[in-house]
Design a binder for this molecule. Structure first.
Ligand code: B12
Ligand code: SF4
Ligand code: SF4
Length: 390
Protein backbone atom coordinates (compact mmCIF):
# COMPACT_ATOMS: atom_id res chain seq x y z
CA UNK A 1 0.00 0.00 0.00
CA UNK A 2 1.48 3.37 -0.95
CA UNK A 3 1.22 6.54 1.15
CA UNK A 4 -0.67 9.53 -0.27
CA UNK A 5 1.29 12.75 -0.78
CA UNK A 6 0.37 15.76 -2.90
CA UNK A 7 2.13 14.07 -5.83
CA UNK A 8 0.80 10.60 -5.04
CA UNK A 9 -0.66 8.73 -8.02
CA UNK A 10 -4.05 8.66 -6.28
CA UNK A 11 -4.16 12.47 -6.11
CA UNK A 12 -3.16 12.81 -9.76
CA UNK A 13 -5.76 10.23 -10.85
CA UNK A 14 -8.48 11.90 -8.79
CA UNK A 15 -7.65 15.30 -10.26
CA UNK A 16 -7.80 13.92 -13.79
CA UNK A 17 -11.11 12.13 -13.08
CA UNK A 18 -12.68 15.34 -11.78
CA UNK A 19 -11.32 17.22 -14.79
CA UNK A 20 -13.01 14.69 -17.07
CA UNK A 21 -16.37 15.33 -15.38
CA UNK A 22 -16.61 12.66 -12.69
CA UNK A 23 -17.93 13.94 -9.36
CA UNK A 24 -16.31 11.36 -7.10
CA UNK A 25 -13.20 9.21 -7.50
CA UNK A 26 -11.95 6.87 -4.80
CA UNK A 27 -9.78 3.78 -4.53
CA UNK A 28 -9.94 0.37 -2.98
CA UNK A 29 -7.90 -2.79 -3.01
CA UNK A 30 -9.80 -5.92 -3.90
CA UNK A 31 -7.77 -8.61 -2.25
CA UNK A 32 -9.99 -9.66 0.62
CA UNK A 33 -13.16 -11.65 0.45
CA UNK A 34 -16.25 -9.58 1.07
CA UNK A 35 -19.78 -10.19 2.38
CA UNK A 36 -21.32 -9.21 -0.94
CA UNK A 37 -20.53 -12.65 -2.43
CA UNK A 38 -22.69 -14.53 0.08
CA UNK A 39 -25.48 -11.97 -0.28
CA UNK A 40 -25.44 -12.26 -4.05
CA UNK A 41 -25.82 -16.04 -3.73
CA UNK A 42 -28.77 -15.59 -1.34
CA UNK A 43 -30.38 -13.16 -3.81
CA UNK A 44 -30.08 -15.63 -6.69
CA UNK A 45 -31.00 -18.71 -4.66
CA UNK A 46 -34.18 -16.97 -3.50
CA UNK A 47 -35.00 -16.25 -7.17
CA UNK A 48 -35.11 -12.49 -6.49
CA UNK A 49 -33.44 -11.79 -9.82
CA UNK A 50 -36.63 -12.92 -11.63
CA UNK A 51 -36.05 -13.30 -15.36
CA UNK A 52 -32.66 -11.55 -15.27
CA UNK A 53 -30.95 -14.86 -16.10
CA UNK A 54 -27.74 -13.01 -16.91
CA UNK A 55 -27.24 -12.47 -13.17
CA UNK A 56 -27.58 -16.16 -12.31
CA UNK A 57 -25.55 -17.23 -15.36
CA UNK A 58 -22.57 -15.10 -14.32
CA UNK A 59 -22.84 -15.57 -10.57
CA UNK A 60 -19.38 -17.13 -10.20
CA UNK A 61 -17.66 -14.23 -11.98
CA UNK A 62 -19.95 -11.67 -10.33
CA UNK A 63 -19.11 -12.79 -6.77
CA UNK A 64 -15.83 -10.91 -6.51
CA UNK A 65 -13.88 -8.58 -8.84
CA UNK A 66 -10.93 -11.00 -8.76
CA UNK A 67 -13.22 -13.82 -9.88
CA UNK A 68 -13.89 -11.83 -13.04
CA UNK A 69 -10.29 -10.76 -13.61
CA UNK A 70 -7.67 -12.49 -11.50
CA UNK A 71 -4.98 -9.98 -12.49
CA UNK A 72 -6.77 -6.99 -10.96
CA UNK A 73 -5.06 -5.42 -7.91
CA UNK A 74 -7.05 -2.24 -7.26
CA UNK A 75 -10.32 -0.60 -8.22
CA UNK A 76 -10.85 3.05 -9.10
CA UNK A 77 -14.51 3.72 -8.38
CA UNK A 78 -16.16 6.75 -9.91
CA UNK A 79 -19.45 8.51 -9.33
CA UNK A 80 -21.43 10.86 -11.56
CA UNK A 81 -24.11 13.03 -10.00
CA UNK A 82 -27.46 12.93 -11.83
CA UNK A 83 -29.47 14.94 -9.31
CA UNK A 84 -32.79 16.19 -10.78
CA UNK A 85 -33.82 19.85 -10.82
CA UNK A 86 -37.34 18.91 -9.71
CA UNK A 87 -39.10 16.59 -7.26
CA UNK A 88 -39.64 13.32 -9.16
CA UNK A 89 -42.57 12.40 -6.91
CA UNK A 90 -44.69 15.38 -8.04
CA UNK A 91 -45.70 13.91 -11.39
CA UNK A 92 -47.12 10.79 -9.75
CA UNK A 93 -50.39 12.55 -8.91
CA UNK A 94 -50.85 13.80 -12.50
CA UNK A 95 -52.33 10.63 -13.85
CA UNK A 96 -52.67 11.63 -17.52
CA UNK A 97 -48.90 12.21 -17.71
CA UNK A 98 -46.25 9.50 -17.97
CA UNK A 99 -43.53 9.35 -15.28
CA UNK A 100 -40.14 8.40 -16.73
CA UNK A 101 -37.55 7.85 -14.01
CA UNK A 102 -34.93 10.56 -13.57
CA UNK A 103 -32.06 8.44 -14.82
CA UNK A 104 -33.77 7.97 -18.18
CA UNK A 105 -34.86 11.55 -18.93
CA UNK A 106 -31.52 12.53 -20.45
CA UNK A 107 -28.94 10.76 -22.60
CA UNK A 108 -28.03 7.16 -21.81
CA UNK A 109 -25.60 7.29 -18.87
CA UNK A 110 -23.87 4.14 -20.08
CA UNK A 111 -22.61 6.02 -23.11
CA UNK A 112 -21.75 9.21 -21.25
CA UNK A 113 -19.83 7.41 -18.49
CA UNK A 114 -18.17 4.86 -20.77
CA UNK A 115 -16.68 7.64 -22.89
CA UNK A 116 -15.25 9.27 -19.75
CA UNK A 117 -13.96 5.98 -18.36
CA UNK A 118 -12.15 5.31 -21.61
CA UNK A 119 -10.61 8.77 -21.59
CA UNK A 120 -9.42 8.25 -18.01
CA UNK A 121 -8.13 4.78 -18.92
CA UNK A 122 -6.06 6.15 -21.81
CA UNK A 123 -4.57 8.79 -19.55
CA UNK A 124 -3.81 6.21 -16.83
CA UNK A 125 -1.98 3.86 -19.16
CA UNK A 126 0.08 6.68 -20.62
CA UNK A 127 0.92 8.11 -17.19
CA UNK A 128 1.34 4.98 -15.03
CA UNK A 129 1.28 1.94 -17.34
CA UNK A 130 -0.34 -1.30 -16.15
CA UNK A 131 -3.35 -3.10 -17.54
CA UNK A 132 -6.95 -2.13 -16.88
CA UNK A 133 -10.59 -2.78 -17.70
CA UNK A 134 -13.46 -0.29 -17.52
CA UNK A 135 -17.02 -1.02 -16.35
CA UNK A 136 -20.35 0.69 -16.20
CA UNK A 137 -23.40 -1.34 -15.30
CA UNK A 138 -23.32 -4.14 -17.86
CA UNK A 139 -20.34 -6.26 -16.72
CA UNK A 140 -20.56 -9.01 -14.07
CA UNK A 141 -19.28 -6.77 -11.31
CA UNK A 142 -21.06 -5.83 -8.07
CA UNK A 143 -20.61 -2.09 -8.40
CA UNK A 144 -22.43 -0.99 -5.24
CA UNK A 145 -20.41 -3.05 -2.73
CA UNK A 146 -17.25 -1.98 -4.56
CA UNK A 147 -18.25 1.68 -4.29
CA UNK A 148 -19.12 1.23 -0.61
CA UNK A 149 -15.74 -0.34 0.03
CA UNK A 150 -14.02 2.60 -1.68
CA UNK A 151 -16.02 5.01 0.49
CA UNK A 152 -18.22 6.73 -2.12
CA UNK A 153 -21.10 6.14 0.25
CA UNK A 154 -22.97 3.21 1.77
CA UNK A 155 -25.61 0.80 0.54
CA UNK A 156 -28.81 2.20 2.00
CA UNK A 157 -31.82 0.18 3.04
CA UNK A 158 -33.15 0.66 -0.52
CA UNK A 159 -29.97 -1.24 -1.59
CA UNK A 160 -28.61 1.66 -3.67
CA UNK A 161 -25.48 3.56 -2.79
CA UNK A 162 -26.20 6.73 -0.80
CA UNK A 163 -23.64 9.51 -0.85
CA UNK A 164 -23.26 12.19 1.81
CA UNK A 165 -22.72 14.72 -0.98
CA UNK A 166 -25.14 13.56 -3.68
CA UNK A 167 -27.80 11.57 -1.83
CA UNK A 168 -29.22 8.72 -3.90
CA UNK A 169 -28.51 10.35 -7.26
CA UNK A 170 -25.19 8.87 -8.22
CA UNK A 171 -24.27 6.69 -11.21
CA UNK A 172 -21.34 4.37 -10.70
CA UNK A 173 -18.47 3.40 -12.97
CA UNK A 174 -15.30 1.44 -12.20
CA UNK A 175 -11.84 0.75 -13.49
CA UNK A 176 -10.02 -2.40 -12.39
CA UNK A 177 -6.27 -2.11 -12.71
CA UNK A 178 -3.08 -4.04 -12.11
CA UNK A 179 -1.65 -0.96 -10.35
CA UNK A 180 -1.31 -1.02 -6.56
CA UNK A 181 -3.20 2.02 -5.30
CA UNK A 182 -3.65 3.23 -1.74
CA UNK A 183 -7.06 2.32 -0.38
CA UNK A 184 -9.50 5.04 0.73
CA UNK A 185 -11.48 4.56 3.94
CA UNK A 186 -14.89 2.98 3.48
CA UNK A 187 -18.06 4.74 4.62
CA UNK A 188 -20.09 3.27 7.50
CA UNK A 189 -23.78 2.54 6.92
CA UNK A 190 -25.58 5.72 7.98
CA UNK A 191 -29.29 4.99 7.62
CA UNK A 192 -29.86 4.91 11.37
CA UNK A 193 -33.48 4.28 12.29
CA UNK A 194 -34.84 5.75 9.04
CA UNK A 195 -37.01 3.45 6.90
CA UNK A 196 -38.64 5.98 4.57
CA UNK A 197 -37.56 4.12 1.42
CA UNK A 198 -38.99 0.82 2.67
CA UNK A 199 -42.32 2.44 3.54
CA UNK A 200 -42.86 4.33 0.29
CA UNK A 201 -42.34 1.40 -2.11
CA UNK A 202 -45.61 1.03 -4.04
CA UNK A 203 -45.15 -2.71 -4.67
CA UNK A 204 -43.62 -3.70 -1.33
CA UNK A 205 -40.47 -4.86 -3.07
CA UNK A 206 -38.28 -4.93 0.05
CA UNK A 207 -38.49 -8.21 1.99
CA UNK A 208 -36.40 -6.42 4.61
CA UNK A 209 -33.88 -3.58 5.00
CA UNK A 210 -31.01 -3.83 2.48
CA UNK A 211 -32.86 -6.55 0.55
CA UNK A 212 -34.69 -6.13 -2.73
CA UNK A 213 -36.94 -8.62 -4.48
CA UNK A 214 -36.46 -7.42 -8.04
CA UNK A 215 -39.53 -9.37 -9.18
CA UNK A 216 -41.70 -6.84 -7.35
CA UNK A 217 -39.71 -3.71 -8.24
CA UNK A 218 -41.33 -1.36 -10.77
CA UNK A 219 -37.94 -0.74 -12.31
CA UNK A 220 -37.64 -4.46 -13.11
CA UNK A 221 -41.29 -4.80 -14.12
CA UNK A 222 -41.31 -1.86 -16.55
CA UNK A 223 -37.78 -2.26 -17.95
CA UNK A 224 -36.51 -5.83 -17.64
CA UNK A 225 -39.65 -7.96 -17.80
CA UNK A 226 -40.53 -8.77 -21.39
CA UNK A 227 -44.06 -10.19 -21.25
CA UNK A 228 -47.19 -8.89 -19.56
CA UNK A 229 -46.63 -7.42 -16.08
CA UNK A 230 -48.35 -9.62 -13.48
CA UNK A 231 -51.85 -8.30 -12.79
CA UNK A 232 -51.29 -7.83 -9.06
CA UNK A 233 -48.74 -5.05 -9.72
CA UNK A 234 -50.52 -3.10 -12.46
CA UNK A 235 -52.58 -0.78 -10.28
CA UNK A 236 -49.52 0.02 -8.19
CA UNK A 237 -47.61 1.11 -11.29
CA UNK A 238 -49.78 4.24 -11.36
CA UNK A 239 -48.35 6.41 -14.15
CA UNK A 240 -44.77 5.09 -13.86
CA UNK A 241 -43.96 4.04 -17.41
CA UNK A 242 -40.18 3.54 -17.21
CA UNK A 243 -38.38 2.79 -13.97
CA UNK A 244 -39.20 4.17 -10.55
CA UNK A 245 -37.58 6.72 -8.24
CA UNK A 246 -39.77 6.58 -5.14
CA UNK A 247 -37.31 4.93 -2.76
CA UNK A 248 -34.49 7.15 -4.02
CA UNK A 249 -36.46 10.39 -3.97
CA UNK A 250 -37.69 10.01 -0.39
CA UNK A 251 -34.20 9.56 1.08
CA UNK A 252 -33.40 12.37 3.57
CA UNK A 253 -29.76 12.41 2.43
CA UNK A 254 -30.96 14.05 -0.81
CA UNK A 255 -31.08 17.34 1.07
CA UNK A 256 -27.35 17.60 0.36
CA UNK A 257 -27.82 16.76 -3.32
CA UNK A 258 -27.32 19.20 -6.17
CA UNK A 259 -28.50 19.27 -9.76
CA UNK A 260 -26.40 17.28 -12.25
CA UNK A 261 -23.72 19.43 -13.88
CA UNK A 262 -23.50 17.22 -16.98
CA UNK A 263 -25.91 18.66 -19.55
CA UNK A 264 -26.20 15.33 -21.40
CA UNK A 265 -27.76 13.83 -18.26
CA UNK A 266 -30.20 16.71 -17.76
CA UNK A 267 -33.87 15.99 -18.39
CA UNK A 268 -35.01 16.66 -21.94
CA UNK A 269 -38.11 18.87 -22.02
CA UNK A 270 -40.04 16.25 -24.03
CA UNK A 271 -39.38 13.55 -21.43
CA UNK A 272 -40.13 15.51 -18.23
CA UNK A 273 -43.91 15.25 -18.34
CA UNK A 274 -45.13 13.72 -21.62
CA UNK A 275 -48.85 13.03 -21.93
CA UNK A 276 -49.91 9.40 -22.08
CA UNK A 277 -52.14 10.35 -25.00
CA UNK A 278 -49.17 11.35 -27.16
CA UNK A 279 -46.96 8.45 -26.06
CA UNK A 280 -49.50 5.74 -26.78
CA UNK A 281 -49.67 6.85 -30.41
CA UNK A 282 -45.96 6.20 -31.05
CA UNK A 283 -45.18 3.74 -33.80
CA UNK A 284 -41.76 2.16 -34.02
CA UNK A 285 -40.16 4.99 -36.02
CA UNK A 286 -41.60 7.72 -33.80
CA UNK A 287 -40.54 5.80 -30.68
CA UNK A 288 -36.98 5.53 -31.95
CA UNK A 289 -36.90 9.21 -32.85
CA UNK A 290 -38.27 10.39 -29.49
CA UNK A 291 -35.92 8.16 -27.50
CA UNK A 292 -32.80 8.49 -29.64
CA UNK A 293 -29.74 8.24 -27.32
CA UNK A 294 -32.04 7.64 -24.34
CA UNK A 295 -31.93 4.45 -22.22
CA UNK A 296 -35.67 4.06 -22.88
CA UNK A 297 -34.87 3.01 -26.46
CA UNK A 298 -33.45 -0.26 -25.10
CA UNK A 299 -36.85 -1.72 -24.23
CA UNK A 300 -38.29 -1.18 -27.70
CA UNK A 301 -41.63 0.27 -28.74
CA UNK A 302 -43.84 -2.71 -27.80
CA UNK A 303 -42.75 -3.01 -24.17
CA UNK A 304 -42.91 0.75 -23.80
CA UNK A 305 -46.47 0.95 -25.18
CA UNK A 306 -47.41 -1.91 -22.82
CA UNK A 307 -46.32 0.30 -19.90
CA UNK A 308 -48.14 3.35 -21.26
CA UNK A 309 -51.34 1.33 -21.62
CA UNK A 310 -51.22 0.18 -17.99
CA UNK A 311 -50.78 3.83 -17.02
CA UNK A 312 -53.76 4.79 -19.19
CA UNK A 313 -55.76 2.14 -17.37
CA UNK A 314 -54.75 3.75 -14.08
CA UNK A 315 -55.40 7.30 -15.31
CA UNK A 316 -59.14 7.31 -14.63
CA UNK A 317 -59.41 9.37 -17.82
CA UNK A 318 -62.30 8.09 -19.96
CA UNK A 319 -61.10 10.23 -22.89
CA UNK A 320 -58.07 7.98 -23.30
CA UNK A 321 -60.20 4.84 -23.78
CA UNK A 322 -60.49 5.51 -27.52
CA UNK A 323 -56.68 5.51 -27.78
CA UNK A 324 -56.39 2.19 -25.97
CA UNK A 325 -59.13 0.76 -28.17
CA UNK A 326 -57.10 1.55 -31.28
CA UNK A 327 -54.38 -0.83 -30.04
CA UNK A 328 -56.62 -3.85 -29.51
CA UNK A 329 -55.48 -5.19 -32.89
CA UNK A 330 -51.83 -4.15 -32.58
CA UNK A 331 -49.39 -6.68 -34.10
CA UNK A 332 -47.68 -7.13 -30.69
CA UNK A 333 -49.52 -9.47 -28.31
CA UNK A 334 -48.13 -7.69 -25.25
CA UNK A 335 -49.69 -4.44 -26.52
CA UNK A 336 -53.07 -6.03 -27.32
CA UNK A 337 -53.21 -7.62 -23.88
CA UNK A 338 -52.35 -4.36 -22.10
CA UNK A 339 -55.02 -2.55 -24.15
CA UNK A 340 -57.66 -5.04 -22.96
CA UNK A 341 -56.61 -4.50 -19.35
CA UNK A 342 -56.58 -0.71 -19.70
CA UNK A 343 -60.09 -0.64 -21.12
CA UNK A 344 -61.41 -2.93 -18.43
CA UNK A 345 -59.81 -0.80 -15.76
CA UNK A 346 -61.33 2.34 -17.27
CA UNK A 347 -64.75 0.73 -16.96
CA UNK A 348 -65.38 0.35 -20.69
CA UNK A 349 -68.06 -2.20 -21.60
CA UNK A 350 -65.99 -4.88 -23.31
CA UNK A 351 -68.83 -6.98 -24.73
CA UNK A 352 -68.93 -5.27 -28.13
CA UNK A 353 -65.15 -5.37 -28.47
CA UNK A 354 -64.91 -8.93 -27.24
CA UNK A 355 -67.43 -10.10 -29.86
CA UNK A 356 -65.46 -8.37 -32.62
CA UNK A 357 -61.93 -9.34 -31.62
CA UNK A 358 -62.00 -12.56 -29.66
CA UNK A 359 -62.78 -14.89 -32.62
CA UNK A 360 -59.55 -13.91 -34.39
CA UNK A 361 -57.29 -13.80 -31.33
CA UNK A 362 -54.79 -16.66 -31.14
CA UNK A 363 -52.30 -15.56 -28.49
CA UNK A 364 -52.80 -17.35 -25.18
CA UNK A 365 -51.78 -14.38 -23.03
CA UNK A 366 -54.20 -12.04 -24.80
CA UNK A 367 -57.00 -14.58 -24.55
CA UNK A 368 -56.21 -14.69 -20.85
CA UNK A 369 -56.61 -10.90 -20.61
CA UNK A 370 -60.03 -11.09 -22.28
CA UNK A 371 -61.24 -13.78 -19.93
CA UNK A 372 -59.77 -12.00 -16.92
CA UNK A 373 -61.61 -8.79 -17.78
CA UNK A 374 -65.11 -9.13 -16.38
CA UNK A 375 -67.96 -8.95 -18.99
CA UNK A 376 -69.11 -5.75 -17.31
CA UNK A 377 -65.70 -4.27 -17.83
CA UNK A 378 -64.69 -4.48 -14.19
CA UNK A 379 -61.17 -5.72 -13.75
CA UNK A 380 -60.35 -7.55 -10.54
CA UNK A 381 -58.02 -4.85 -9.26
CA UNK A 382 -59.20 -2.26 -6.78
CA UNK A 383 -58.91 1.38 -7.94
CA UNK A 384 -56.98 2.27 -4.80
CA UNK A 385 -54.30 -0.23 -5.68
CA UNK A 386 -54.66 -1.80 -2.24
CA UNK A 387 -54.51 -5.25 -3.77
CA UNK A 388 -50.80 -4.95 -4.38
CA UNK A 389 -50.15 -8.39 -3.00
CA UNK A 390 -48.52 -9.45 0.24
C1 B12 B 1 -29.60 -5.81 -11.70
C2 B12 B 1 -29.68 -4.32 -11.47
C3 B12 B 1 -30.95 -3.79 -11.19
C4 B12 B 1 -32.14 -4.67 -10.85
C5 B12 B 1 -31.97 -5.18 -9.40
C6 B12 B 1 -31.61 -4.03 -8.42
C7 B12 B 1 -30.88 -4.46 -7.18
N1 B12 B 1 -31.06 -3.69 -6.12
O1 B12 B 1 -30.15 -5.43 -7.21
C8 B12 B 1 -33.33 -3.68 -11.08
C9 B12 B 1 -33.82 -3.81 -12.51
C10 B12 B 1 -34.52 -3.87 -10.14
C11 B12 B 1 -32.62 -2.36 -10.91
C12 B12 B 1 -33.28 -1.20 -10.55
C13 B12 B 1 -32.66 0.02 -10.36
N2 B12 B 1 -31.38 0.33 -10.65
CO1 B12 B 1 -30.05 -1.02 -11.15
N3 B12 B 1 -28.60 -2.21 -11.47
C14 B12 B 1 -28.54 -3.50 -11.54
C15 B12 B 1 -27.07 -3.94 -11.76
C16 B12 B 1 -26.88 -4.22 -13.25
C17 B12 B 1 -26.64 -5.16 -10.93
C18 B12 B 1 -27.05 -5.06 -9.44
C19 B12 B 1 -26.89 -6.38 -8.74
O2 B12 B 1 -25.88 -7.04 -8.88
N4 B12 B 1 -27.91 -6.80 -8.00
C20 B12 B 1 -27.87 -8.06 -7.28
C21 B12 B 1 -27.94 -7.84 -5.77
C22 B12 B 1 -27.49 -9.12 -5.05
O3 B12 B 1 -27.05 -6.85 -5.42
P1 B12 B 1 -27.35 -5.68 -4.39
O4 B12 B 1 -28.54 -4.85 -4.54
O5 B12 B 1 -26.07 -4.97 -4.40
O6 B12 B 1 -27.67 -6.56 -3.10
C23 B12 B 1 -26.99 -6.32 -1.98
C24 B12 B 1 -27.85 -6.04 -0.78
O7 B12 B 1 -28.92 -6.95 -0.77
C25 B12 B 1 -26.79 -6.23 0.23
N5 B12 B 1 -27.20 -6.65 1.53
C26 B12 B 1 -27.89 -7.71 1.89
N6 B12 B 1 -28.03 -7.73 3.21
C27 B12 B 1 -27.40 -6.66 3.70
C28 B12 B 1 -27.21 -6.20 5.00
C29 B12 B 1 -26.45 -5.07 5.18
C30 B12 B 1 -26.26 -4.58 6.58
C31 B12 B 1 -25.91 -4.39 4.07
C32 B12 B 1 -25.10 -3.15 4.28
C33 B12 B 1 -26.12 -4.84 2.77
C34 B12 B 1 -26.86 -5.98 2.63
O8 B12 B 1 -25.88 -7.23 -0.22
C35 B12 B 1 -26.17 -7.53 -1.55
C36 B12 B 1 -24.86 -7.69 -2.30
O9 B12 B 1 -24.06 -6.55 -2.10
C37 B12 B 1 -26.30 -2.66 -11.28
C38 B12 B 1 -24.96 -2.43 -11.98
C39 B12 B 1 -23.89 -3.36 -11.43
N7 B12 B 1 -23.22 -4.07 -12.31
O10 B12 B 1 -23.70 -3.44 -10.23
C40 B12 B 1 -27.32 -1.54 -11.55
C41 B12 B 1 -27.39 -0.38 -10.55
C42 B12 B 1 -27.40 -0.99 -9.17
N8 B12 B 1 -28.70 0.22 -10.80
C43 B12 B 1 -28.73 1.49 -10.64
C44 B12 B 1 -29.91 2.28 -10.68
C45 B12 B 1 -29.73 3.78 -10.82
C46 B12 B 1 -31.18 1.68 -10.60
C47 B12 B 1 -32.54 2.37 -10.39
C48 B12 B 1 -32.49 3.56 -9.46
C49 B12 B 1 -33.13 2.78 -11.76
C50 B12 B 1 -34.54 3.35 -11.72
N9 B12 B 1 -34.71 4.61 -11.38
O11 B12 B 1 -35.49 2.68 -12.03
C51 B12 B 1 -33.38 1.21 -9.79
C52 B12 B 1 -33.32 1.16 -8.24
C53 B12 B 1 -34.13 0.06 -7.62
C54 B12 B 1 -33.59 -0.38 -6.26
N10 B12 B 1 -34.22 0.01 -5.17
O12 B12 B 1 -32.53 -1.05 -6.22
C55 B12 B 1 -27.36 2.04 -10.28
C56 B12 B 1 -27.34 2.37 -8.77
C57 B12 B 1 -26.41 3.51 -8.43
C58 B12 B 1 -26.34 3.67 -6.94
N11 B12 B 1 -26.17 4.91 -6.50
O13 B12 B 1 -26.41 2.72 -6.20
C59 B12 B 1 -26.40 0.84 -10.69
C60 B12 B 1 -25.17 0.64 -9.80
C61 B12 B 1 -25.96 1.11 -12.14
C62 B12 B 1 -24.85 2.15 -12.23
N12 B12 B 1 -23.73 1.77 -12.80
O14 B12 B 1 -24.96 3.28 -11.81
N13 B12 B 1 -31.28 -2.47 -11.10
S1 SF4 C 1 -37.61 1.56 -7.41
FE1 SF4 C 1 -39.79 1.81 -6.81
S2 SF4 C 1 -40.68 -0.24 -6.91
FE2 SF4 C 1 -38.43 -0.49 -6.94
S3 SF4 C 1 -37.89 -0.78 -4.81
FE3 SF4 C 1 -37.73 1.44 -5.17
S4 SF4 C 1 -39.76 2.26 -4.63
FE4 SF4 C 1 -39.99 0.04 -4.82
S1 SF4 D 1 -34.45 6.58 2.91
FE1 SF4 D 1 -33.57 6.30 4.97
S2 SF4 D 1 -33.30 4.07 5.18
FE2 SF4 D 1 -33.58 4.51 3.00
S3 SF4 D 1 -31.52 4.71 2.18
FE3 SF4 D 1 -32.19 6.79 2.74
S4 SF4 D 1 -31.46 7.07 4.86
FE4 SF4 D 1 -31.35 4.88 4.42
Amino acid sequence: MTTSTSEAPEDLIRAEALRLGFDLCRFTDIDETWPAAGRLLEFVEAGRHGEMDWIADTVERRKHPRAMWSGARSAIVLGVNYGPDHDPLEILSQRTLGAISVYAQGDDYHEVIKARLKALARWLVTRFGGELKVFVDTAPLLEKPLAERAGLGWQGKHTNLVSREFGSWLFLGSILTTLDLAQDASEPTTCGTCHACLDICPTKAFPGPYLLDARRCISYLTIELKGPIPVEFRAALGNRIYGCDDCLAVCPWNKFASTAREQKLAAREALKAPTLAELVRLDDAAFRALFAKSPVKRIGRDRFIRNVLYAIGNSGDPASAALAEMLLDDPAAVVRGAAVWALGRLGVDLDRLRAALLPTETDASVLGEWSYADPQGVVAVSPSGEDRGP
